[in-house]
Ligand binder design. Sequence first.
Ligand SMILES: [Zn+2]
Length: 192
Amino acid sequence: MADGLVGDWHDFGVMPEVRLPLPNVILGVTCESNEYLWRVEELVRTPAACRFVNAHLLGPLDLRQWTESGLECSICEWAGCEADVSRHDFDDEPGGWACPKCGEPCAHTPLDELLDWLACECNRPFHGDPAEWWGWCESLVSQADAAGVPVWVKQGPRANGSVTHDIAEFPQLAQRREFPKLVAKAKEGETA
Ligand SMILES: [Zn+2]
């Protein structure tokens, strides 16, 4: 598995050799609130050319451990954020850090290596306080911006509780429709 090889036709009879991550597959999970962060933990451990979280928000969602300061130990399974580690200037690794679990020196692992796209939407029909929901959404947009991750706001509640796709009706900060870099690049190729 270390080199990404998961099988060849000798194992499966008909399947060609498959290497991960598959370059044409975008992998994502739905996450409704901080109670479901375990899905994101599974996602960031799965090889993928492009990973996204679809935030189907039912409560606040804090993804910062995987965004602005996301760290993952290359030796053991530990993952966390900058606040969890002590910094060291290792001889060959300026700005390195020591893993709190195994103690090994590690290099920095930037955010967009872990999450490549954030999408955000509300339930339809919507139940709840529209202003509170937009607060959760705007927090997510801010997290994406701090990390340089593209963000797509699909739909949100109007003040009367109905749901709209019309970006012009969103609060200004939430008026965002950006593609992940992998898709944006493919689209550039189509039009070139
Ligand atoms: Zn470690």
